[in-house]
Design a binder for this molecule. Sequence first.
Ligand code: PLP
Length: 450
Amino acid sequence: MPEPAQELPAPFLRTALPGPRGQRLIAADEQYTSPSYTRVYPLAVERGYGAVIEDVDGNRFLDFTAGIAVCSTGHCHPRIVAAIQEQAAKLIHMSGTDFYYAPQGDLAKKLAEMAPGSGAKLVFFTNSGAESVEAAFKLARYHTGRQHMIAFFGGFHGRTMGALSLTGSKVVQRRGFAPLIPMVSHVDYPNCYRCAQRPSTALASCCLDSLNQLEDLFKRTVAPQEVAGIIVEPIQGESGYIVPPPEFHRELRRLCDRHGILYIADEVQSGMGRTGKMFALEHWGVVPDIVCLAKGIASGMPLGAIIARAELMDWGPGSHASTFGGNPVSCVAALETIKLLEDGLMHNAATVGEHLQARLRELASRHRLIGDVRGLGLMVGMELVRDRTTKEHASTERDEIVQLCFRRGLLLLGCGPSTIRFCPPLVITQEQCDVAVGILDEVLAKWDGV
Ligand code: PLP
């Protein structure tokens, strides 16, 4: 058995990267896995604990990725491991679509009670974010009898055909896969950092522009009576961790209500405590009609869900289902995840997130490449620009910084054209944040005099 992992600090590097075992593993992997995967640096993982990842050569990294915002309770939290082991010894699969077992029912009850809004709610289980979005898309059409959907440029909702039709993030994700689902329109998502605020407007100009684009759409090309739903990320994730102005979601909710359009919140990345609240929309007091969840819901076990007002989920038996959705092992991991979030991790996300943002803002005062620091809780983005006036994206610089941090034992990912995202496990400490900021400080110095 390996020594007690929690005792071991990170970063700790003992070989060149990747080490010899890592090199062999990567070469073998690349011979047989799809070239569509986007590995940005050569990390071959052996195990993880808390906010630390250990590679196959014994190098230890501080993890600010959480496996793309998934391992919310930290890698292999002992309570999650115990819940999984206990359930796996009892029942691994029986299909919640056809049969009953307690973990699925218990989790449905918990999610229905937790989701914003006071009325009765129902839950449909999936295995991933894209599947949750597919389910929401289908339910919106089914319930309203309307066909059109609206999404936002920059929005990422997954890569299955329906979800991809809603995704408006990068052309590489859509190219070669046409025709996608018809009757989907996209409008701009408000971006305060890149907004030319007009003094005469009461709302932030970027917010007003998005709402005006929607109204324009309704006047020129799409009758609002034909729109089933608007899908929106409370904070845009893959496009750069963009936090909209506070009034945006409330105004969007009002617009949906005016036209009988369903408000679908894609909380796949922002939900499950990451922003310091269980659902990011709670920051603005907005109640959605349908919520999509996945990623952080089960600490790394594959699970997704949609939660909808009970009267909306009016599809009959056989209209939608999934063999694996609501798997009992994933469900117990989710129940334990929620307990851990409620027992303190959500609070940790809020307080440590604030600390992280403050430290990154301090860095911004010293390194001219940093254009903006933003976020909520532990969903934090740092946008890099070549010039603070023109805000030209520093994309190659961002990519190089991510590489250089990896070489120093800090795992980061990019998002959007030139943003570094910080989405660590929610167990991360202030001290670990300080170590990460120290590494970034060293790395960013390369661009100070340029
Ligand atoms: N929705 C959002 C907001 C996401 O960030 C993602 C993944 O990054 C998805 C949906 C798709 O999730 P998955 O990769 O589990 O299909």
